[in-house]
Design a protein around this ligand. Structure first.
Ligand SMILES: [Zn+2]
Length: 108
């Protein structure tokens, strides 16, 4: 008698688990479809250049003296601290914050 009752309870709990797991799977597939749509929105435009390509188009900025002070763009909201860059090297020095390039302006 008691064993039959236990079997019934076990069967009921297993069916409950099954129904909840199917609901979870349905929710998950819904979320993943939303993610793919969201990602597709950003993958559409392949004509736009990457930030690195854009910054490389800007010619190196000539600076008098051995030290360049970079504050990034004119927009102070970008969180760019004043970066002092040493220009002793032959090749243009690159600001680690905004990627702008600086060269020492030799005018002898
Ligand atoms: Zn910078």
């Amino acid at each position: 008698m008691a064993s039959i009752l236990l079997k019934l309870l076990a069967r009921r709990s297993s069916t409950l688990l099954d129904s909840s797991s199917t609901t979870a799977t349905r929710n998950l597939s819904l979320v993943s479809s939303q993610i793919s749509q969201h990602t597709a929105k950003w993958m559409q435009d392949t004509t736009k250049k990457s930030p690195m390509e854009l910054i490389n188009e800007i010619p190196p900025i000539k600076v008098e003296g051995r030290i360049a002070a970079c504050e990034g763009d004119t927009n102070p909201a970008l969180g760019h601290p004043i970066e002092f860059i040493c220009l002793d090297l032959k090749e243009p020095a690159v600001c680690k914050y905004c990627g702008l390039r600086y060269v020492q302006d030799h005018h002898h």
